[in-house]
Design a protein around this ligand. Sequence first.
Ligand code: AMP
Length: 187
Amino acid sequence: MAELNVILTGPPGAGKGTQARLLVERFDIPQISTGDMLRAAVASGSELGRQADAIMKRGDLVPDSVIVALVDDRLAQDDCRTGFILDGFPRTKAQAEALDALLARSGREPLRVVALSVPEEELIRRILSRGEGRADDTKEAVTKRLQVFRSETAPVLEHYKDSLSEVDGLGSVEEIHARVVAELEGS
Ligand code: AMP
Protein backbone atom coordinates (compact mmCIF):
# COMPACT_ATOMS: atom_id res chain seq x y z
CA MET A 1 0.00 0.00 0.00
CA ALA A 2 1.58 3.27 -1.11
CA GLU A 3 -0.39 5.57 1.13
CA LEU A 4 -2.76 5.03 4.04
CA ASN A 5 -5.06 8.03 4.18
CA VAL A 6 -7.49 7.70 7.04
CA ILE A 7 -10.34 9.71 8.46
CA LEU A 8 -11.15 8.64 12.00
CA THR A 9 -14.53 10.07 12.82
CA GLY A 10 -17.26 9.75 15.41
CA PRO A 11 -18.94 11.85 18.08
CA PRO A 12 -17.04 13.70 20.84
CA GLY A 13 -15.94 11.22 23.48
CA ALA A 14 -15.87 8.24 21.09
CA GLY A 15 -12.13 7.75 21.63
CA LYS A 16 -10.82 9.17 18.35
CA GLY A 17 -7.71 10.72 19.90
CA THR A 18 -6.73 7.57 21.78
CA GLN A 19 -7.28 5.36 18.75
CA ALA A 20 -5.48 7.79 16.43
CA ARG A 21 -2.39 7.70 18.67
CA LEU A 22 -2.35 3.89 18.54
CA LEU A 23 -2.62 3.98 14.74
CA VAL A 24 0.38 6.33 14.61
CA GLU A 25 2.49 3.65 16.29
CA ARG A 26 1.05 0.84 14.25
CA PHE A 27 1.33 2.39 10.79
CA ASP A 28 3.98 5.08 11.30
CA ILE A 29 1.89 7.88 9.82
CA PRO A 30 1.07 11.14 11.61
CA GLN A 31 -2.10 12.00 13.54
CA ILE A 32 -3.61 15.25 12.38
CA SER A 33 -5.96 16.52 15.04
CA THR A 34 -7.51 19.88 14.20
CA GLY A 35 -8.64 20.14 17.85
CA ASP A 36 -5.01 19.73 19.05
CA MET A 37 -3.82 22.25 16.46
CA LEU A 38 -6.42 24.76 17.63
CA ARG A 39 -5.62 24.17 21.32
CA ALA A 40 -1.94 24.79 20.52
CA ALA A 41 -2.93 28.03 18.78
CA VAL A 42 -4.98 29.11 21.80
CA ALA A 43 -2.07 28.31 24.15
CA SER A 44 0.35 30.28 21.97
CA GLY A 45 -1.92 33.34 21.98
CA SER A 46 -1.74 33.65 18.17
CA GLU A 47 -4.36 35.53 16.15
CA LEU A 48 -5.95 32.19 15.18
CA GLY A 49 -5.95 31.13 18.83
CA ARG A 50 -7.68 34.33 19.89
CA GLN A 51 -10.38 33.80 17.27
CA ALA A 52 -10.87 30.12 18.08
CA ASP A 53 -10.87 30.31 21.87
CA ALA A 54 -14.42 31.57 22.49
CA ILE A 55 -15.88 29.42 19.71
CA MET A 56 -14.29 26.29 21.17
CA LYS A 57 -15.37 27.08 24.74
CA ARG A 58 -18.98 27.22 23.52
CA GLY A 59 -18.64 23.91 21.69
CA ASP A 60 -19.27 25.53 18.31
CA LEU A 61 -17.29 24.97 15.13
CA VAL A 62 -14.45 27.16 13.92
CA PRO A 63 -15.21 28.43 10.37
CA ASP A 64 -14.59 25.96 7.55
CA SER A 65 -12.21 28.24 5.63
CA VAL A 66 -9.89 28.55 8.65
CA ILE A 67 -9.84 24.80 9.28
CA VAL A 68 -9.40 23.82 5.64
CA ALA A 69 -6.40 26.14 5.31
CA LEU A 70 -4.81 24.55 8.41
CA VAL A 71 -5.29 21.02 7.07
CA ASP A 72 -4.17 21.95 3.56
CA ASP A 73 -0.83 23.23 4.94
CA ARG A 74 -0.40 20.27 7.23
CA LEU A 75 -1.04 17.61 4.56
CA ALA A 76 1.57 19.24 2.32
CA GLN A 77 4.29 18.50 4.89
CA ASP A 78 6.77 15.77 4.21
CA ASP A 79 5.70 13.37 6.98
CA CYS A 80 2.27 12.99 5.34
CA ARG A 81 3.75 11.52 2.16
CA THR A 82 2.91 7.93 3.09
CA GLY A 83 -0.39 8.76 4.71
CA PHE A 84 -2.09 10.39 7.67
CA ILE A 85 -4.83 9.94 10.25
CA LEU A 86 -7.30 12.78 10.36
CA ASP A 87 -8.85 13.07 13.82
CA GLY A 88 -11.69 15.57 14.22
CA PHE A 89 -11.68 16.64 10.57
CA PRO A 90 -13.75 16.86 8.39
CA ARG A 91 -16.58 17.92 10.67
CA THR A 92 -18.90 19.48 8.06
CA LYS A 93 -19.95 18.49 4.55
CA ALA A 94 -18.14 21.57 3.20
CA GLN A 95 -14.91 20.44 4.89
CA ALA A 96 -15.33 16.94 3.39
CA GLU A 97 -15.80 18.39 -0.08
CA ALA A 98 -12.77 20.65 0.36
CA LEU A 99 -10.69 17.67 1.51
CA ASP A 100 -11.80 15.55 -1.47
CA ALA A 101 -10.82 18.40 -3.80
CA LEU A 102 -7.41 18.92 -2.27
CA LEU A 103 -6.57 15.20 -2.34
CA ALA A 104 -7.72 14.95 -5.96
CA ARG A 105 -5.64 18.01 -6.83
CA SER A 106 -2.49 16.41 -5.42
CA GLY A 107 -3.27 13.00 -6.99
CA ARG A 108 -3.43 11.19 -3.66
CA GLU A 109 -4.98 7.83 -2.86
CA PRO A 110 -8.63 7.59 -1.79
CA LEU A 111 -9.58 7.92 1.83
CA ARG A 112 -10.40 5.12 4.25
CA VAL A 113 -13.10 6.33 6.62
CA VAL A 114 -13.56 4.71 10.03
CA ALA A 115 -16.41 5.84 12.28
CA LEU A 116 -16.36 4.90 15.96
CA SER A 117 -19.89 4.41 17.26
CA VAL A 118 -20.73 4.84 20.93
CA PRO A 119 -24.16 5.43 22.52
CA GLU A 120 -24.82 8.99 23.64
CA GLU A 121 -25.18 8.28 27.41
CA GLU A 122 -21.75 6.64 27.34
CA LEU A 123 -20.22 9.62 25.48
CA ILE A 124 -21.46 12.07 28.10
CA ARG A 125 -20.25 9.83 30.91
CA ARG A 126 -16.79 9.48 29.35
CA ILE A 127 -16.30 13.16 28.62
CA LEU A 128 -17.46 14.38 32.01
CA SER A 129 -15.24 11.86 33.79
CA ARG A 130 -12.08 12.10 31.68
CA GLY A 131 -10.60 14.95 33.69
CA GLU A 132 -8.31 16.28 30.95
CA GLY A 133 -9.10 19.81 32.07
CA ARG A 134 -10.36 20.82 28.65
CA ALA A 135 -12.20 24.14 28.68
CA ASP A 136 -14.98 22.57 26.57
CA ASP A 137 -15.59 19.52 28.77
CA THR A 138 -18.34 21.29 30.71
CA LYS A 139 -21.93 19.99 30.68
CA GLU A 140 -23.11 22.93 28.53
CA ALA A 141 -20.32 22.68 25.97
CA VAL A 142 -20.66 18.88 25.76
CA THR A 143 -24.39 19.18 25.05
CA LYS A 144 -23.62 21.71 22.33
CA ARG A 145 -20.82 19.56 20.84
CA LEU A 146 -23.16 16.57 20.61
CA GLN A 147 -25.82 18.75 18.97
CA VAL A 148 -23.24 20.06 16.48
CA PHE A 149 -22.14 16.49 15.77
CA ARG A 150 -25.70 15.45 14.93
CA SER A 151 -26.45 18.45 12.74
CA GLU A 152 -23.06 19.16 11.07
CA THR A 153 -20.98 15.98 11.22
CA ALA A 154 -23.62 13.27 10.60
CA PRO A 155 -23.85 14.53 6.97
CA VAL A 156 -20.10 13.84 6.63
CA LEU A 157 -20.76 10.15 7.40
CA GLU A 158 -23.48 10.20 4.77
CA HIS A 159 -21.06 11.86 2.30
CA TYR A 160 -18.58 8.99 2.76
CA LYS A 161 -21.16 6.20 3.04
CA ASP A 162 -19.55 4.17 0.23
CA SER A 163 -16.12 4.04 1.91
CA LEU A 164 -17.24 4.07 5.54
CA SER A 165 -16.45 1.33 8.06
CA GLU A 166 -18.41 1.55 11.28
CA VAL A 167 -16.53 0.22 14.29
CA ASP A 168 -18.07 -0.54 17.66
CA GLY A 169 -16.44 1.94 20.05
CA LEU A 170 -17.40 0.07 23.23
CA GLY A 171 -14.89 -2.15 25.00
CA SER A 172 -11.26 -1.84 26.02
CA VAL A 173 -8.89 0.46 24.16
CA GLU A 174 -7.02 -2.61 22.86
CA GLU A 175 -10.21 -4.32 21.65
CA ILE A 176 -11.31 -1.23 19.77
CA HIS A 177 -7.81 -0.79 18.30
CA ALA A 178 -7.89 -4.39 17.01
CA ARG A 179 -11.26 -3.72 15.33
CA VAL A 180 -9.97 -0.54 13.67
CA VAL A 181 -6.81 -2.27 12.43
CA ALA A 182 -8.89 -5.16 11.04
CA GLU A 183 -10.96 -2.66 9.04
CA LEU A 184 -7.89 -0.85 7.72
CA GLU A 185 -6.05 -4.02 6.81
CA GLY A 186 -9.13 -5.56 5.21
CA SER A 187 -10.21 -4.86 1.67
P1 AMP B 1 -11.80 18.17 19.29
O1 AMP B 1 -10.52 18.17 20.05
O2 AMP B 1 -11.69 17.46 17.95
O3 AMP B 1 -12.96 17.69 20.09
O4 AMP B 1 -12.10 19.69 18.91
C1 AMP B 1 -12.31 20.66 19.93
C2 AMP B 1 -12.98 21.89 19.34
O5 AMP B 1 -12.14 22.48 18.32
C3 AMP B 1 -14.31 21.65 18.62
O6 AMP B 1 -15.40 21.60 19.52
C4 AMP B 1 -14.37 22.85 17.69
O7 AMP B 1 -14.69 24.04 18.39
C5 AMP B 1 -12.92 22.98 17.25
N1 AMP B 1 -12.64 22.15 16.06
C6 AMP B 1 -11.81 21.06 16.00
N2 AMP B 1 -11.81 20.53 14.77
C7 AMP B 1 -12.66 21.28 14.03
C8 AMP B 1 -13.11 21.22 12.70
N3 AMP B 1 -12.69 20.25 11.86
N4 AMP B 1 -13.99 22.16 12.28
C9 AMP B 1 -14.43 23.13 13.09
N5 AMP B 1 -14.06 23.24 14.39
C10 AMP B 1 -13.18 22.32 14.85
